[in-house]
Design a protein around this ligand. Structure first.
Ligand SMILES: [Zn+2]
Length: 212
């Protein structure tokens, strides 16, 4: 039975790298994968998923109006599809998450989605809320805070390095950057300094066994 998967994390945990690697695993076995990423503004025509370590791949783009089930069904008329991958899945609408669930259930294609769980104010993204409710398999992609604890929160930082408290959930083309923090340091608004003594904590968290 095909399943709907949600891989979620804080920022900069390497989600796109995992997506591209998983898609490549299909391709090297002679199977076809279909990739989607979010259109962040109306000017985006051609999509690309790229990772911080230099991998990239072409992708179809989706906006909130696109019927993903109809789109994938249409693509199926032209080509075999063995897996669907969706990046920036926090931007899906609830309806689109249902459409992806129907792709798994009725078109029998596994759908692997990757996205952030919460925004910089600690509020859940709508797409992520729907995926946490509906996905068959949930997987946390782990990264660490500067203190060595698991990072589960995201802070938005302006160009002067100050934490931003207010603003829209999504900023297009802004100067802001994002930093992953543990909940304690996110609450304290404490950015801290990277610490190389955390190398063992990072290894433990990245390689944490699944059943615990
Ligand atoms: Zn911390």
């Amino acid at each position: 039975m095909a399943k709907l998967y949600f891989n979620f994390s804080a920022m900069n945990a390497g989600k796109s790298t995992l997506l591209l690697q998983a898609s490549y695993n299909y391709q090297e076995r002679g199977m076809r994968s279909l990739l989607f990423t979010a259109a962040l503004d109306d000017r985006t025509k051609v999509g690309e998923i790229s990772s911080r370590i230099g991998l990239k791949s072409e992708a179809l783009i989706y906006d909130p109006k696109l019927d993903l089930y109809a789109c994938i069904e249409e693509q199926l008329k032209e080509q075999k599809i063995n897996a669907v991958f969706v990046d920036e899945a926090q931007f899906l609408t609830e309806e689109q998450v249902w459409q992806l669930a129907r792709v798994a259930d009725h078109l029998h294609i596994p759908v692997m989605t990757y996205g952030l769980r919460t925004d910089f104010q600690g509020k859940m993204f709508p797409g992520s809320a729907a995926l946490l409710a509906l996905a068959d398999i949930l997987r946390e992609v782990r990264t660490i805070c500067w203190c060595g604890s698991k990072a589960t929160m995201v802070a938005r930082v302006d160009e002067t390095g100050k934490i931003v408290e207010e603003g829209d959930q999504v900023v297009i083309g802004g100067e802001e950057s994002y930093i992953s923090l543990c909940r304690k340091h996110w609450s304290m608004r404490k950015l801290g300094e990277p610490n190389s003594e955390n190398k063992d904590a990072l290894a433990d968290i990245l390689c944490e066994p699944v059943d615990h």
